[in-house]
Ligand binder design. Sequence first.
Ligand SMILES: Cc1cc2nc3c(=O)[nH]c(=O)nc-3n(C[C@H](O)[C@H](O)[C@H](O)COP(=O)(O)OP(=O)(O)OC[C@H]3O[C@@H](n4cnc5c(N)ncnc54)[C@H](O)[C@@H]3O)c2cc1C
Length: 152
Amino acid sequence: MHVGCIPSKALLHAAKVITDARDAAHLGITFGEPKIDLDAIRNIASASRRNCRATSSNSARRARWITSLAAARLLTGQTIEVEGGKHYRFQQCIVATGSSPARPGPLGLNSPRVMDSTGALKLEDVPKSCSSSAAATSAWRWATSTAALGSR
Ligand SMILES: Cc1cc2nc3c(=O)[nH]c(=O)nc-3n(C[C@H](O)[C@H](O)[C@H](O)COP(=O)(O)OP(=O)(O)OC[C@H]3O[C@@H](n4cnc5c(N)ncnc54)[C@H](O)[C@@H]3O)c2cc1C
């Protein structure tokens, strides 16, 4: 969520502001060419992440969840030990370690110009042209955003 969803939505929001301003020409309102400050756009994503983190920890507190950010190991089918020695009992346990990007080996995509979504969302620059080859919504978001920022 913090690595993908939030930064991609912050980028989309920036893109929407740019395209709305361009589309306003139809209404007889013309703005100048946008000046794009990539550092500021990246900062929006960091600020949104902080807000989201604070909101989710408040919700967890209200729901009386016990939250612990640490390495853990299963001791038995119903007990977990968290780094530092605390033990917790559970009825059901969800182990959600996520997924990692896969690069099709035979295509030899080892160039720094080939990015996964994490690399793309760092937004180190806006490439003059780019191709987004994944079918996931995150790829569409990135393509839409970089097009609005000036990429072809
Ligand atoms: C660019 C992008 C945009 C997205 N946008 C959306 C969206 O708008 N809406 C939506 O619903 N979904 C979106 N997703 C998908 C969503 O982020 C994932 O479905 C969701 O994060 C999966 O949650 P998870 O808890 O299974 O895994 P993750 O969020 O990947 O979390 C797994 C965690 O486990 C940790 N971990 C891994 N291995 C270990 C280990 N051995 N020991 C301890 N910890 C470990 C990882 O460091 C990570 O913190 C997006 C994904 C991407 C990439």
